[in-house]
Design a protein around this ligand. Structure first.
Ligand code: OAD
Length: 230
């Protein structure tokens, strides 16, 4: 019986809201080098470039709306315990109305002290500038987990994944660890469904059901089918 559904989402979840994925053709890492905008070294070398990159994405996000896939997941909460673990730094799950969302890679709508990582603030309306400081006087940085940094929410995410009766993996290439390792935390016997138009890269997990299509084409019907099981 399915009681607890854990959703593990990636950039494909928000693709139909107009936000670019990272590794698809035309994705963000095709036009920006990770080493230039998404590492602590990049921040030390050229903070202006890093701020421009995240400010641009923050301003795009403000214009984006949750899509049918985000909205469908909210409906699951009427009959199941639902936890969303997302690699996405957008807030579209929350804006759709999902109650429990854990962000593994940070949040575009927040910034934090570059010295004290738990000193977190809302992102200023027009994004961050050099010279914007925390209350202790240190430069603020995007609240994003960069490559080479620890993923503080990973421990909680692993505990949540281990309690899933059904893991719904949506729109992720499963290329980035430790996040991608979550799929190996599910208990034997739990169901795993992947929704992604791309090929599966996780042959090691047995019995996966793969819907090879876009999230908003699959999720409304899939959610209705799950609700009928109750
Ligand atoms: P990727 O860009 O690596 O993968 C996006 C996935 O979404 C691919 O598997 C696509 O096939 C799929 N996809 C594209 N359009 C879709 C749609 N309409 N519906 C469903 N799926 C679709 O993005 P992530 O796997 O999320 O981290 O990337 C993981 C991490 O790498 C990100 O969180 C980010 C990035 O570097 C950091 O910045 C730390």
């Amino acid at each position: 019986m399915i009681r607890r559904i854990v959703v593990f989402s990636g950039a494909g979840m928000s693709a139909e809201s107009g936000l670019k994925t990272f590794r698809d053709s035309g994705g963000l890492w095709e036009t920006h080098r990770i080493e230039d905008v998404a590492t602590p070294e990049a921040w030390a070398r050229n903070p202006e470039l890093v701020l421009n990159f995240y400010n641009q994405r923050f301003l795009q996000l403000k214009k984006a709306l949750p899509n049918h896939a985000h909205l469908a997941l909210v409906k699951l909460e009427s009959c199941f315990e639902v936890e969303i673990i997302t690699q996405n730094v957008d807030d579209l799950h929350e804006r759709a109305g999902s109650s429990r969302v854990l962000h593994l890679h940070g949040e575009l709508v927040k910034c934090r002290s570059s010295i004290y990582e738990n000193d977190i603030y809302p992102m200023p309306e027009l994004g961050l500038r050099q010279g914007d400081c925390c209350r202790m006087g240190h430069q603020l940085r995007p609240h994003i987990v960069w490559f080479g940094e620890a993923v503080p929410a990973m421990y909680d995410a692993e505990l949540i994944a281990a309690q899933a009766d059904l893991l719904l993996v949506i729109g992720t290439s499963l290329n980035v660890y430790p996040a991608a390792g979550l799929i190996y935390r599910v208990q034997t016997g739990a169901n795993v469904i992947v929704v992604d138009p791309g090929e599966l890269s996780i042959s090691a997990v047995k019995g996966i059901q793969h819907y090879k299509a876009k999230a908003s084409d699959v999720l409304p019907k899939l959610v209705d089918d799950l609700l009928k099981l109750v």
